[in-house]
Design a protein around this ligand. Sequence first.
Ligand code: GSH
Length: 233
Amino acid sequence: MRPGGDPPHPDRAADKTAMLYFRHPHPGATPMKLLGSLTSPFVRKARVVLAEKKIDYDFVVDVPWNADTAVPRYNPLGKVPVLVFDDDSTLYDSRVIVEYLDTMTPNKRLIPATGRERIEVKRWEALGDGILEAAATAFLEARRPPGERSPAWIERQRAKIAAALVVAAADLGENGWCGGNAFSLADIALGCALGYLAFRFPDIDWRGAHPNLARIYDKLMERPSFAATVPPP
Ligand SMILES: N[C@@H](CCC(=O)N[C@@H](CS)C(=O)NCC(=O)O)C(=O)O
């Protein structure tokens, strides 16, 4: 974020549940915690992976924009998601977390182990995360006071989003999943990016422009992992 004069982040006002604990159903069985807000798409990516892998954890809602946030204690960058272990050691950012989670259990591998297929999934993740980074930058810039806001900077970010959507749609084509036949982290990353655009940028008509992206997003939303992590209005 640019220094000076930024208005409060909307999550600050909207989220009254900072530090709320969502305990997993078997207290004591696993002390792993995920710190994050309910609206962060990067946190959503980690939550979807945890759900898909059926890994127990405690979800600690902590909004990094709040004055009383504990996030900087666990991540010097002050960003979520953060994965916190029982000895207080931590993992960040979302890419590192999801890669670790995928190795935790052998069921439903989301990242291929080796080779070109692995790198393709990682490239999709970079594309999805890149859309999110551009979108978050544009969103924050648009909230600055009119005199300090840069329309050119917002436009630059929106152009990145538009170009990335064109590539995502072309690469997906008529395939069932981003990586071809199998559901993977590639689909999760794209789904989180599209979900964030739907949440914060309703004016970007990616559904109309790219019907195959709408098709895959609707298919993802049928999964409990995605349905349970939709950002609250
Ligand atoms: N590359 C990071 C990005 C994380 C990120 O930007 N998180 C935002 C929430 S969506 C955040 O915590 N922002 C707080 C800040 O920038 O101070 C990841 O993949 O985890």
